[in-house]
Design a protein around this ligand. Structure first.
Ligand code: ADP
Length: 394
């Protein structure tokens, strides 16, 4: 059965077409600069990469191009072959703790949370609207970044602020990257043949979050009300003293929105190093002795190590630690530094096992108190599998 996984952003649309249950990727691609000058799209199929520069005034035109190409390239004979569309949706608030079949009424309910994810949710839902029109026969399923974390108990999701902020305005920790944390947790459980594992999953990419999971239930996760909280990231600050906001507004004359934007886009690795948000550039600059790059790397690693130690305590001792996403899967140096910084937990890196990228492997010694695994994440596949399950249950 063919299922397509969709991630619609405000000016982009990513897709992966799967054959399920075989988990085979048939085609994938990206539409960029939708509604902006210079729009283009890429489709990868059969080992080839097709790039087309065409006007894409809106998402509807992008999906139209995609559907036409799928037929023209012979990827599908008939659009009816695509039986399900899985949509990544950023925010489902506290209401959506699982993937859900989408119809107009459900989309309306999800749109209540647009103000909690104003950059992503409206675009995600626009993608849903377009696919509902273009593929009316297919099942549409929404898979939320926030859903997996909704098992958190109140003492873990509340902030110590006036209680009415939560009651009246929904101020609480929601957590993000849930689909990725759920996927790698599922992989480690399958591998170790247990479903009661206590695992610290570390999604470390451009964005990053760390989650403590016990028997499939999220105990706590490092992102919060928004993805700005938690560890230091490529361009986001992670946890800081909230008083800095008012102080910087007063000092600079900028608005809260402008300062918040700097915390999201000009902080983290980029802000401290002044070099880049990309850990590859940071590693190169560190090698050249760039002092601020060295400083930024120390800070980056410390924050990750501290969250792991805190979550190990919360879990009363984890059975495993999982590293995933761009940095976790590919940066041998970051992995080494992280493990060195959690040596107090009895974690021991086996250096001879750490020289690889993007594979499922254990990187610790036999006598490491907690084994550490690198597990490539696959949010697109998770979304497609969720969609497949609903389709099979129809
Ligand atoms: P996103 O959060 O945008 O999905 P990714 O999970 O793709 O991000 O992660 C992007 C990060 O992964 C970047 O900081 C990039 O430098 C890092 N990364 C990718 N490959 C490597 C590598 N070979 N060495 C070090 N870092 C890498």
């Amino acid at each position: 059965m063919k299922i397509i996984s969709i991630n619609a952003g405000s000016s982009s649309l990513k897709f992966t077409l799967f054959e399920l249950p075989e988990k085979e990727v048939i085609a994938s691609g990206l539409f960029e600069k939708i509604g902006i000058d210079g729009s283009l799209y890429t489709i990868k199929y059969n080992g080839e990469k097709i790039v087309k520069e065409v006007p894409l005034p809106d998402h509807s035109v992008a999906v139209e191009c995609l559907m036409n190409d799928l037929i023209e390239l012979g990827i599908v004979k008939d659009l009816e072959e695509i039986e399900g569309v899985g949509h990544r949706i950023l925010h489902g608030g506290a209401e959506f703790s699982k993937p859900v079949v989408l119809d107009e009424e459900v989309v309306k309910r999800i749109s209540k949370y647009n103000e909690l994810g104003p950059l992503h949710n409206p675009a995600n839902l626009l993608g849903v609207e377009v696919f509902m029109k273009k593929l009316p026969h297919a099942i549409n399923v929404g898979v939320f970044d926030t859903a997996f974390h909704q098992t958190m108990e109140m003492d873990h999701f509340l902030y110590p602020v006036p209680y009415e902020w939560y009651e009246k305005y929904g101020v609480r920790r929601y957590g993000f990257h849930g689909t990725s944390h759920r996927f790698v947790y599922g992989e480690i459980c399958k591998y170790l043949n247990r479903d009661d594992l206590k695992v610290i999953t570390c999604h470390i990419g451009n964005g990053g979050s760390i989650t403590a999971i016990d028997s499939g239930k999220v105990i706590e996760t490092s992102m919060g009300f928004t993805p700005l909280a938690g560890i230091m990231m490529g361009t986001r600050c992670g946890d800081i003293d909230p008083s800095i906001l008012e102080y910087m507004v007063n000092k600079t004359g900028k608005t809260i929105g402008e300062i918040t934007n700097e915390l999201n886009k000009k902080s983290g690795y980029l802000g401290i190093s002044g070099v880049s948000s990309d850990s590859r550039d940071i590693e190169a600059a560190v090698e050249q002795g760039n002092e601020r790059a060295i400083l930024s790397q120390k800070m980056y690693i410390q924050k990750i190590a501290n969250y792991i130690a805190m979550y190990n305590n919360m879990l009363n001792g984890a059975d495993a630690i999982v590293l995933t996403a761009g940095v976790g899967e590919n940066s041998c140096l970051s992995r080494k530094l992280i493990l060195e910084n959690i040596a107090s937990l009895g974690v021991k890196l086996d250096e001879s096992k750490n020289d690889f990228r993007g594979e499922f492997r254990c990187i610790t010694t036999e006598d490491s108190k907690i084994p550490v695994y690198v597990i490539p994440t696959n949010e697109e596949l998770m979304i497609a599998l969720d969609t497949y399950e609903f389709k099979m249950a129809e």
